[in-house]
Design a protein around this ligand. Structure first.
Ligand SMILES: C[S@@+](CC[C@H](N)C(=O)[O-])C[C@H]1O[C@@H](n2cnc3c(N)ncnc32)[C@H](O)[C@@H]1O
Length: 263
């Protein structure tokens, strides 16, 4: 069910879920094929598995090749799943995929970040975020770091060295082509560090492939080794117990189907 909400305050909709990250205000409406609205949502699970009582979620739906999909929603899962990348951003950070502008805004608020280049392929998304005044809500020091470029991320090349890359151009947390995509993107961008949305679950895919099934004793050292084997400078959480957290949460965020990891 959707409602036409006028002003949307994602923070007020998140109920018992709290985050130190910044949440903008939005206005409901339609821009081309993109719709910003509120869905009613009485409960929502965070990326790390905790269920929260929520009221609703600000949602952005838009076109995919075979119809429309939810591209972004401000829910505990999305907020928690971007935290590691936002915290690790530094220097010149490239954000691939503007969406609701939320992750990019938080990258700009990170004091370790000097410049944020956002690459978005759909001009309607860029117009939507401009009209919503998402970045105008930021303090000037953060807002002034941001440049938005209308380009396909796979064709775009940076004009200066990139210290960190934050990629979120996918609609689903795990997708069969993600590793191929991220290697292609990094081949052009050559960032000193890389974080992409759903990265932990994609590392779990690699762990399942290696084990030939669901791994029974995945360790933090295994996760680090699998990440290193990709050849990408991936940013990992420094908190101990990452492997156990990934393995426990994979039941929520990966397809519960034997062999999904082979795709
Ligand atoms: C999941 S949303 C990003 C959400 C964003 N992290 C946020 O905080 O709201 C993905 C965005 O990537 C864009 N996108 C998809 N494929 C792209 C591509 N090849 N190049 C650039 N942008 C792309 C979509 O139009 C969409 O705006």
């Amino acid at each position: 069910m959707t409602v036409d909400p006028g002003t949307i305050s994602p923070a007020a909709l998140l109920g018992t879920f709290e985050t130190p990250l910044w949440l903008p205000q939005y206005t409901g409406g339609t821009w081309g094929q993109w719709v910003l609205s509120v869905i009613l949502l009485p409960a929502s699970r965070g990326y790390w598995g905790i269920p929260y009582a929520t009221l609703g979620s600000a949602v952005l739906t838009g076109p995919v090749h075979d119809g429309d999909t939810t591209w972004m929603s401000i829910v505990p899962m999305e907020v928690e799943s971007q935290e590691i990348g936002i915290a690790a951003a530094r220097g010149h950070t490239v954000v691939l995929g503007l969406g609701m502008g939320w992750a990019a805004a938080n990258v700009a608020l990170n004091p370790a970040v000097e410049r944020v280049t956002i690459v978005e392929r759909d001009p309607n998304v860029i117009a939507l975020i401009a009209e919503q005044g998402v970045f105008d809500q930021l303090p000037a020091a953060a807002r002034d770091k941001i440049t938005v470029i209308n380009a396909d991320a796979f064709d775009w090349r940076p004009d200066a060295p990139v210290d960190s890359l934050q990629a979120d151009i996918w609609a689903k947390v795990v997708e069969s082509g993600k590793w191929n995509d991220i290697h292609r993107l990094q081949a052009n961008i050559d960032a000193a560090s890389v974080y992409f949305w759903g990265q932990e679950m994609e590392l779990y895919r690699l762990a399942c492939r290696e084990a030939g099934g669901v791994p029974t004793d995945l360790s933090d050292a295994d996760v680090e080794r699998l990440a290193a084997q990709t050849g990408l400078p991936l940013v990992l959480s420094r908190q101990a117990g990452l492997a156990a957290r990934i393995a426990a949460r994979a039941r929520w965020w990966t397809p519960n189907k034997d062999g999904w990891w082979e795709a």
